[in-house]
Design a protein around this ligand. Structure first.
Ligand code: PXL
Length: 289
């Protein structure tokens, strides 16, 4: 029987009405992983921007700052801040002020680029703001492109040897982030990788999953949510990562099998029961120690 109250985290990311990405992808996963979430919206969009035309976009910077102000004024306690899609350097500054005042652990998915290029709306100034945020983080989860931008190295996506990935992670840790998870690593035409680096513990581990040719939306947000949930509850990430990678892979297979329209996000619902059982086991083993 569970007798301890759940921890509460802040998830700072966008709310996209159509297409299960960012907050709408992550919330059910946080619930499965036993956490309470306070949503800090950064942008409101009628849909995600990856596949639909005529997207309505409402920058929520002013609202976001007002949310933080109210939460501070009523003295609510949080266990961590998890950041996803942010809109501007101004938002990053507000978040840094907040974690420093509240002394909060920080987990950053530095969403700004993919496939060697910055996303629309981001520039060099944003990269340096994001670097400052990552320097203060306990855990960062950049994809390969974001990692290269943050480390100020040219993008390369072939010949991703363990040695290269380790040196990339090492360079990011020298910037200040304590733990690093490099995500979405194209290891070969049919393999995608995730690499975990923890300088303090002397750990570098590479995990492999199946690489699909189709483009999915929200898979990075799913992984960030799951890893953040494990991290906040003190579960060894090395034990969780195979479980999370397997959950995402099964969900992608189901999405394709059901002939789902990929623009609407990953159909992970059929696998939430298994994820719940496996996560609960990981949590129990971790709590016994
Ligand atoms: O991580 C997916 C995502 C999140 N948020 C917004 C997006 C996308 C993907 O396109 O457009 C706004």
């Amino acid at each position: 029987m569970i007798t301890t109250k759940p921890e509460r985290i802040i998830l700072a990311s966008d709310i996209s009405g159509l297409g299960k990405v960012a907050v709408t992808a992550a919330l059910p996963l946080f619930a499965i992983c036993q956490l309470e979430v306070s949503v800090l919206p950064t942008v409101l969009l009628s849909s995600h921007t990856g596949a639909f035309p005529k997207v309505y976009i409402d920058d929520y910077t002013v609202g976001m700052q007002a949310f933080l102000k109210q939460w501070q004024s009523i003295g609510v306690e949080f266990s961590a801040l998890v950041t996803g899609y942010l809109k501007s350097s101004q938002q990053i500054t507000s978040l840094i002020d907040f974690i420093e005042q509240e002394n909060l652990p920080l987990i950053v998915d530095p969403i700004m680029a993919d496939n060697g290029k910055l996303y629309k709306g981001f520039d060099d100034h944003y990269i340096s703001s994001m670097r400052t945020l990552c320097q203060k983080a306990d855990l960062i989860l950049p994809n390969l492109t974001e990692a290269c931008f943050l480390a100020d190295l040219p993008y390369q996506d072939n010949d991703l040897t363990e040695q290269f990935l380790k040196s990339l992670a090492q360079r990011l840790s020298e910037l200040g982030a304590k733990k690093i998870l490099l995500t979405g690593l194209p290891l070969s035409h049919d393999q995608i990788g995730v690499a975990y680096f923890d300088k303090e513990e002397g750990v570098f581990s590479l995990y492999r999953g199946k690489r699909f040719q189709q483009q999915f939306f929200g898979t990075g947000d799913m992984l960030t949510g799951l890893v953040a949930a494990a991290f906040v509850q003190g579960i060894d990430l090395q034990k969780c990562l195979p479980v999370f990678i397997n959950f995402i892979e099964k969900s992608l297979v189901t999405t394709l099998k059901c002939d789902s329209d990929l623009r609407y996000g990953v159909y992970y619902q059929p696998h939430l029961g298994d994820l719940f059982k496996e996560f609960k086991r990981l949590l129990e083993v971790s709590n016994e120690k």
